[in-house]
Each structure stands twice: as structure tokens, then as C-alpha cells.
Write a protein that binds this ligand. Sequence first.
Ligand code: 4AD
Ligand code: MG
Length: 461
Amino acid sequence: TTTVRELYAHKENYLNKEVQINGWVRTLRSSKTFGFIELNDGTFFPNLQVVYDEGLSNYKEIAKLGAGSSISVSGQIVESPGAKQPFELKAAVIEIEGLAASDYPLQKKRHTFEYLRTIAHLRPRTNTFSAVFRVRSVAAYAIHKFFQERDFIYVQTPIITGSDAEGAGEMFRVTTLDFDKTPRNEKKEVDFTKDFFGKETNLTVSGQLEGESYCMAFNKIYTFGPTFRAENSNTPRHAAEFWMIEPEIAFADLSDNMKLAEDMLKFTINYVLEHCPEEMKFFNSFVDKALLERLGSIVNAEFGHITYSKAIEILKNSGERFEYPAEWGLDLQTEHERYITEKHFGRPVFVTDYPKEIKAFYMRMNDDDRTVAAMDLLVPGVGEIIGGSQREERLDHLEKRIDELGLNKEDYWWYLDLRKYGGARHAGFGLGFERLIMYLTGMTNIRDVISFPRTPKNAEF
Ligand code: 4AD
Ligand code: MG
């Protein structure tokens, strides 16, 4: 048994040889004496054309196969007379593995993304989602490769946590159900005082704080895992469950941090362009006609740099009519972010030094005492894709900030210890993995780049 990917990679090894391919029928055409199957085995983006004829013992059954059926085909790879494909599979035997019922929802017409979200369990069998999730897989690998080659240690931080990493209170509580006293099939009132065997815990909003602890031991670390935010915002860019990559580097400041983010992003874009050429061409034709040009130009361009204060000035003088005003002290809205990166710069741009009031407690205070050493990376088409900062390494400053924000110092005792015992300058950032995939594919809704999206009113699967 081989794969369609292998056939395309080493065509010369397979021409006029016998192979077996297992996959799913995308389309099937048949006449009285012969027919064609577009077969997809999931390993390669284009389908494999299978030619079959009445010589097959089960010809009549094959000719009636519906889209979605799974089959196993043995036969010879031959040069294809058609211009659409370099070769085809001339079937000697076709075994039917599983029939698809006639109400198979993926028929040949193009379905809307909205509809496909309602059949999230079947949509990976479409061209678009097959391409999205292959790019997602390759991008994940590229990110690991980038960090591993630079001697970063991959740390798996906990999903159930006792502290609020962002201090923003947007968390999902974890509760223990008391199964000892309740039969499984009986609904029971949830006792929220139970929590995690008596301790109040939540699903992590970020692995950063735990990551910082490992950074103070390994120098350079990264995390890559799921995170959860209980923000009830129904936007195309927010999900309640998303994946984040969070590197943390010691003996480093904000400019080292920005350099790392830029290198990582360029490496990942290059890697995906190189390893997913068919998928990227598909996105460029059917999703966003400017995609390849935009990504190509970014790989060679220097990212822009601007302070938050300067960005506010630009927005105020832009003459644009924004839905929300741009005012010093207010957070940038998506419309502002997109104006800065798309209209003003026309490329990715780091916005730095935000007012302390709109950023997290752990960010390093600047000398002006009003702004912190924060950086957001904004990219055309998406807006914020990365958020990061230099961390406050000075114990007294950090304690003061925790107090000012009304957070509980006891919750962060171990985090404060990191400053007490050999705390060093350090910085890090979080890359939203789904936002990266949106950026790489041109897909405009986060629900379409995550296998089973968790958004408000969307937890059916
Ligand atoms: O800006 P955020 O909240 O930063 C942090 O969590 C820091 N602890 C990161 C760090 O410094 N180690 O989130 C980082 C990124 C955002 O830029 C965005 O790309 C993504 O995570 N993100 C979301 N993606 C999807 N849905 C959501 N609800 C998201 N919230 C943040
Ligand atoms: Mg942010």
C-alpha cells in the first residue's frame, strides 16, 4: 500500500508498477463500460484519478458508488492522457470498504463555510478544510523546528491552574463532580465549593507564568498548547479555546523579543510556502487572491516599529471615521489595528509601549511610569497576532503593581519567588496559533481554522 503523496513525490518509481491505494471517493462518473473516480486518500491535496472498466467483477456495484464511500484500489500507475494529471491509476481490483449513504452531505456543489461549520465532523473531507488542516499541521511542525534548532526547551505547562496568568478574570472554573454520592445517570446540582478537590482552579488562559519559571532554569523555552478564555465575544477572531505558542527568553529585552518574533514568523511562512505549495496555490485562487503576493513580500520586508503613543497620533490624524474613537489610554480596536498595519504601513508592525492601565500586571514598567515594555504584532488582514512584553524582573515594582491592580499577592507567591532567587531580565510573547493560520491561509473566520471550534453557543461536537 502506498499513498498519493508518495506517488507524486516519486512518480518515476511507480510508473507502470502495481500499487494499492486506500481512500474516499470524491466524485465518480461512469458509462456503460468504464468510469472515473476522483479518489482522495488524505495524504495529498489533489485527488488521484482512478480509471476502471467492466473487466472488474464488481463493475456494477462500483459504478453506483456514492461520494464519500471508502474503497481500496489495486492496479497499475500509467501516464494519463488527460492534461489535468500527470498519471492515473488503472484499477485491476476495487474493494468496497464502506458505502456512504445517499444523504452524504458533501455533494459536488460548493458549500458555504457557515453550512460546513454545522458538519464539522465531515468538513475535513472538503478541499478547503483539507488544505487548512494540512497547513495547520505543517505550521505547527515548523514552529517546533524553529525553536528546537535554536536550543529552546519545549515545556508543557498545566491546563488546570491555580493562578490567573493575565490577571483579567476571564477564566473557566474547574469543578469536581461528586460521583461517589451521585449515580452517573442522575442530574445533580454542581457544588462549586468543591472545585479541584477543595482548591479553586481554572483552565489556563496562558502558560506564561509557568513558562517564566522554566525560563529561569533553561534560559530559552517555549510552550505550545491549548489555552482558554471565557470572554463572551462573538467575533471572527476570538475563540474560547485556542492554541498558543509562548516563548520566553532570559537575559533579553523587548528588542530581542521583537527580533525573535520576526524571525519565527518569517521562518514559519517560508516553511509553509515551501512545504504546502498546492494548498497555498489553492488559497490564493479561491480564498484570497492577494495571499501569495502578500506573504512573499513579508518574508523579505523588515517589520515596522511604532510606539502606541505615535499610533494614536496617526489614527487621530488619519481622517478615518472609526466606529470607536482612538484616544490615548484606550485599547486599540481591530479597526485601529488594521488601519495601522494595512493602510499606514502595508506590512506587519510592532506596536510598543502601551499605557500600563490596559496591559497585564507582569509587564515591565518604563521609566516614564505611564507605559510598559509591551509589544503587539499587528499583521494585515488579521490585526493582532502576537502579544508580548519584557517582564518586570524587579520584585518591588512587581509587588506594587499587583497591589495597585487589586490582585492577590498570595496567589502569585511562587511567581514572586522567581524575582527573589536570581531573577534576570527576561521577555517573551504569545503567538495565537489560529490567528497565524488565518494569516497563512487568508481564511477570515477563526471557526474555520480550528477543528471543532469552541465559541459561544458552539460546543456541539
Ligand atoms: O495578548 P495575549 O492575551 O497575551 C498573553 O496571553 C501573554 N501571556 C502572552 C505572552 O506574553 N506569553 O494573547 C496572545 C495572543 C494574541 O496576540 C492572539 O493572537 C491570541 O493569543 N489570542 C486569541 N486567539 C484566539 N481567541 C482568543 N480569544 C484569543 N485571545 C488571545
Ligand atoms: Mg493581546
